[in-house]
Ligand binder design. Sequence first.
Ligand code: 5HU
Length: 145
Amino acid sequence: MKIYFCGSIRGGRDDVNIYRRLVEKLQSYGTVLTEHVSSSELTDRGENASAAGDKFIHDRDVDWLRQSDVVVAEVTQPSLGVGYELGRAVDMNKKILCLFRPSSGRTLSAMIRGADDGQLFVVRDYTEDEAENILEDFFSNIKRI
Ligand SMILES: O=c1[nH]c(=O)n([C@H]2C[C@H](O)[C@@H](COP(=O)(O)O)O2)cc1CO
């Protein structure tokens, strides 16, 4: 199973430790194509600040999205890139799980919460304690690939 994990990079790295724990758990279900998103060494400047670097990052990530079987996004820290990835993933008919922490005090974008259809696009509010069970639930409903 190929998993595409989305998390904020240039949108801010406040939640990087949460991304790391989620990615560690996701790795028990399959290959996480975007492991770098959870690296504490990656700053909010991203992998490469040059324009050529950005084209490489975009094209590689869209290609990984196409290859992926499921998309899991931590959407608490708002990120243009994550929103874009989710929009592209919807268009590719991917199975998507978005995870949001209400304890952040933020209100999730209507374009994410409102996209929940209970099947292909699922949004779950969670606390860090609940994350493992929510992932367990989500993946137990997916045929192992
Ligand atoms: O350096 C990067 N590498 C990379 O893979 N991304 C992708 C993966 C993340 O899920 C998403 C983050 O977008 P943003 O940087 O706008 O917060 O975009 C984004 C950047 C920087 O924008």
